[in-house]
Design a protein around this ligand. Structure first.
Ligand code: NAD
Ligand code: GLY
Length: 367
């Protein structure tokens, strides 16, 4: 699946003053000889899940042989990203007599990463943590930027904290074992960067569909680096989402409604975001902010990566509205959405007609 010659390793920095950290991207990063430098104390707890542990836990543990390393293997799946699982992490930490010098290491996709980060933010009021993301989605998005959270049955990512990791170690070799559906879900967030801030990258993605679907090593490494670079820029400008960072949520108000409606057991996060981005683009066009031609390009690209472009058949317009009003971007009771002003330019705004949103929902929902 991967090309014979791996792309050279590369590093970026997330600039956040004394909370700055590196993102290392490349082949064999789990085997980096300097990995232990990111563990300040003597102890670490690797948090992973039943699917990822058999694949990469031994390799990561071996690389930290000079430290005392425990591991905790969680159940796999978005439906386990909740307070019960978080509590099981705290139990393991207390039972293992972990103190404030312990470093937590998230080995897995965004679910493991978000929960490990939140546990690190809370345990003894904060311990260091490292992200070792193993899905495309986690490598291009969730491991970078310090958003951590768990879901509530009434709403996605409703309980969480901003808490930055010490480092993000992206081993692109781990993508070789990622199922096709999960790979496509990650592409949704890659496409997002083209849409919100990088029209040149969007065109590149249009021209490199086959290379990416075949997981060409060079194409993948380029996409991951460009995505992380886009994300790092936005996070550095607005760490705690007081303003511009919200553009990273393009499609997410619709997507989170889908995930919550399905109680985190239906569509994958990336699939829900993909359909949500098309809905946001349709509303942008109807509001006169972008052309129908651009909406068609967005729909075509999302579809080319095997992602849904319409909401799930079972959801009604009312289902969407009832869940969207709980979105974290709602301020003083007013719904704000990320809309597009063309490909490569996004705006967070409450300045749209509710009747047009309802029109889009009526047109696209069949439930
Ligand atoms: P996930 O963590 O559930 O991983 C997807 C699946 O792939 C799981 O079954 C996992 O066990 C498996 N897997 C992981 N690595 C693998 C590998 N290398 N080989 C084979 N299988 C592997 O889902 P995800 O798509 O990585 O992340 C989605 C989550 O990320 C959502 O909860 C979402 O809310 C969150 N998220 C957070 C942010 C943020 O900024 N914190 C951003 C985007 C998404
Ligand atoms: N994925 C949204 C953010 O990191 O802000």
């Amino acid at each position: 699946m991967t090309a014979a010659k791996p792309a050279p390793a590369t590093s970026l920095n997330v600039d956040l003053g004394d909370r700055s950290y590196p993102i290392h991207i490349g082949s064999q990063q789990i085997a980096r000889s300097d990995l232990a430098q990111y563990i300040q104390g003597q102890k670490a707890l690797i948090i992973t899940n039943t699917k990822v542990a058999p694949l990469y836990l031994d390799a990561l543990t071996a690389q930290l042989s000079g430290k005392q390393v425990d591991s905790l293997v969680l159940e796999d799946g978005e439906q386990h990203k909740n307070l019960d699982t978080l509590n099981s992490i705290f139990t393991a930490l207390i039972n293992g007599q972990h103190d404030r010098k312990t470093t937590l290491i998230a080995l897995g996709g965004g679910v493991v990463g978000d929960m490990t980060g939140f546990a690190a933010a809370c345990y003894q009021r904060g311990v260091p943590f490292i992200q070792v993301p193993t899905t495309l989605l986690a490598q291009v998005d969730s491991s970078v930027g310090g958003k951590t959270a768990v879901n509530h049955s009434l709403g996605k990512n409703m309980i969480g904290a901003f808490y930055q990791p010490q480092a993000v170690i992206i081993d692109t070799d781990t993508l070789a074992t990622l199922p096709e559906r999960e790979f496509s879900a990650g592409m949704a967030e890659v496409i997002k960067y083209g849409l919100i801030a990088d029209s040149e990258f969007f065109s590149w993605l249009e021209n490199n569909v086959q290379a990416l679907l075949q997981r060409d090593d060079q194409a993948l490494a380029y996409s991951i680096k460009r995505s992380c670079s886009n994300k790092a820029k936005v996070v550095s400008a607005d760490e705690t989402e007081q303003g511009v960072r919200a553009i990273l949520n393009l499609g997410h108000t619709f997507g989170h409604a889908i995930e919550t409606y399905q109680q985190y057991r239906g569509w994958l996060h990336g699939e829900a975001v993909a359909a949500g981005m098309v809905m946001a683009a349709q509303l942008s066009a109807l509001s006169g902010k972008m052309t129908d031609h651009d909406v068609a390009r967005i729909r075509d690209l999302i579809s080319a990566y095997g992602l849904p472009t319409d909401p799930p058949r079972e959801m009604s317009a009312n289902d969407f509205m009832a869940l969207m009003v709980r979105d974290k971007k709602v301020l003083d009771g007013q719904l704000r959405l990320v809309l597009l002003e063309g490909i490569g330019s996004a705006v967070v705004t409450a300045d749209f007609k509710l009747s047009l949103l309802e029109q889009i929902l009526q047109q696209t929902c069949h439930g």
